[in-house]
Unconditional design. Structure first.
Length: 228
């Protein structure tokens, strides 16, 4: 049986030999000033720490930090999966640098009445030729939500474009989805949770990004047979 990783390559999900643009790939067209600042700051900090670094070594610093962030995301998703199955991960088994995020998750679960229905579900839209893997499909106060779990400093607005895209795909499948939400877990053990019921603007924004992505990458998309 193919895994999500097997289905995804080169920024696309593949199904029946047809390419579907990844939701996150589409959102790469959005300018992210905070990310550019962060990238530059990592290079600067690497040079401050070791002034003897060569140019290539300094420029690789942000990618090393990014790999750490990916590991953090993988760990948190394991915590979520265990919780969904009725288990609690012992903090002693979690790296110290990630314990705050883990505490934030458990705190959120104590304070928010969330019933997890599905996790890490890959979904496809034949109509729009897009696909993605949503974090969580959950029930909150008898309403159905698409949720995404983030770890970082704050909730960025493009996160709602991402979850609105997943909502749109699920609705195409005939599912009734009431809203979208973002659960931000912070390093200090706190969390931030935001939901939206009316997300028509976010959905329109996502599909506007899709049109821009297709226009900017038309030649590449033609080569892989996307427009067939």
């Amino acid at each position: 049986m193919a895994t999500n990783k097997d289905l995804k390559r080169g920024g696309f999900y593949w199904k029946d030999k047809q390419p579907y643009i990844s939701v996150t790939t589409i959102l790469s067209v959005i300018d992210k000033p905070a990310l550019r600042y962060w990238f530059g700051k990592q290079v600067f900090l690497a040079m401050v720490k070791d002034p003897t670094l060569k140019e290539a070594e300094a420029l690789s610093a942000p990618y090393k930090v990014s790999d750490t962030a990916k590991t953090r995301g993988t760990t948190i998703h394991s915590v979520v999966e265990a919780y969904k199955k009725g288990s609690t991960i012992n903090l002693e088994g979690v790296p110290e640098a990630l314990q705050g995020f883990t505490k934030a998750f458990y705190r959120a679960m104590e304070e928010i009445d969330i019933n997890f229905l599905e996790q890490e579900k890959t979904i496809f839209s034949k109509k729009h030729k897009i696909a993605g893997t949503l974090d969580l499909l959950a029930e909150i106060s008898k309403k159905m939500y698409v949720l995404d779990i983030k770890t970082g400093k704050d909730i960025y607005q493009e996160a709602f474009l991402q979850t609105s895209a997943y909502k749109s795909i699920l609705e195409e499948e005939g599912k009734k989805i009431d809203g979208i939400g973002i659960l931000l877990l912070k390093e200090d053990g706190s969390y931030k949770f935001e939901t939206r019921i009316d997300c028509e603007i976010e959905t329109k924004g996502f599909y506007a990004c899709k049109e821009i992505y297709e226009a900017l990458h038309r030649e590449d998309l033609e080569k892989i047979g996307y427009f067939k």
